[in-house]
Design a protein around this ligand. Sequence first.
Ligand SMILES: Nc1ncnc2c1ncn2[C@@H]1O[C@H](COP(=O)(O)OP(=O)(O)OP(=O)(O)O)[C@@H](O)[C@H]1O
Length: 308
Amino acid sequence: MRHVWIINPHAGKRDQTARMYAMADALRRRHGLECQCLLTDRPGGAGEMARRLAESGGAVRIYACGGDGTIHEVAGGIAGFDNAAMTSIPAGTGNDFLKNFGPDAEKFSDAENLWDGPEFPLDLIECNGRYCLTIACNGIDAQVADSVHRITDASPLRGRGSYLASVAVNFLFRDLGHRWTVWLDGRAVEGEFALVSMCNGRYYGGGSMPVPEARMDDGVLHTILVRKVGRVAFAKLFAAYSAGESWKFPQIARVVTAREVRIRSHGEEIVTCLDGECFRSGEVTMRLAEKRVRFFGPRGCSPNATAR
Ligand SMILES: Nc1ncnc2c1ncn2[C@@H]1O[C@H](COP(=O)(O)OP(=O)(O)OP(=O)(O)O)[C@@H](O)[C@H]1O
C-alpha cells in the first residue's frame, strides 16, 4: 500500500508544505510505510495527480493537504476507483468539508490518526462531467463564492470575513434573480430563482449550513430552491438560510430530494460552484453518484456528526 501526500502549497494563509513533509517522514520512520509527497504545480494539478495514482492500479491512500479546493480535486480524481482512497489534512482557509465531522475534525490535522483509519464510502454529486463532494450551488450563492476568490486575492480578508464581504457586494450590486427552467427528476418548474443548491454535505461559504439534514453517505441529495425576492426579503432570509432554517420562509424557499436536478437558463450563463470551485454554463445537470469515493478518517469519526 502506498501513502501519497498531495500538497497544495498555495492553500491557506501560509504554506504548510514543511509540516506535511515532516508528518510523512514520521509515518515512514515509525511504521515503515511507503510514503511519498507530491506538490501541486497549478490549479487542477491535484486532481490529475490523484487520477494518475488511481489509474496506476495499485492500492493507494491519498492525503489531500490543502483546503476544500484540494479535497474537491482529489475526490474527482479518484471517483469510481476501487484501489484508491482519500482523506484530508486541513491546510486551507475555510476547510468547510471537515466541519461535517464536528469536533473530530481536529483529529485530521495529525496523520498519525489517519494512516490506518477505517474507510467509508461517500456519495458525490456529478455535475456536468465533474464531481462535487459537499454542495453544488447555482445562482447568487455561486456568484458570492466566485467573488470570494477575487476579494481574497485583493484584500487581507479571509474565511468568513471575505465571504460576508462578497455577500454584501452581490446583494447590493447584482441581480438577485435568474429566469430558469428547473427539472426535478424530470418535472419542470419555471420561474425566477435566486439560487438552486444541491447538498450532499452541510457546510459551505465559511460555515453556512443550508440543509442540516444532509448526510454524506445515505444515497439522498437535498436540493434547496430559493425564488427571486426583493433585497429586504432576501436579507431577512439570508440569516435563516445560513442557519438551516429556511423552512421559516415557505413562500420563498423549499427543499426537495430529487436524484437529478437540471437547470436551463433563459438569459445569462449560470454560475455554478462545486465545493467552492466555480464555472459558467448555459445548462447544468446535477445527479447523485452514490458511494462513489472511498474516504478514510480517524477511528470513530462520522461525516454526519453534526447532522440533525
Ligand atoms: N501550485 C498551485 N499554484 C496556484 N494555485 C494552485 C496550485 N495548486 C492548487 N492551486 C489552487 O489553489 C486554490 C486554493 O486551494 P484550496 O481551496 O485547497 O485552499 P483554500 O482556498 O485556502 O481553502 P478553502 O477552499 O478551504 O477555503 C484551488 O483553487 C487550487 O486549484
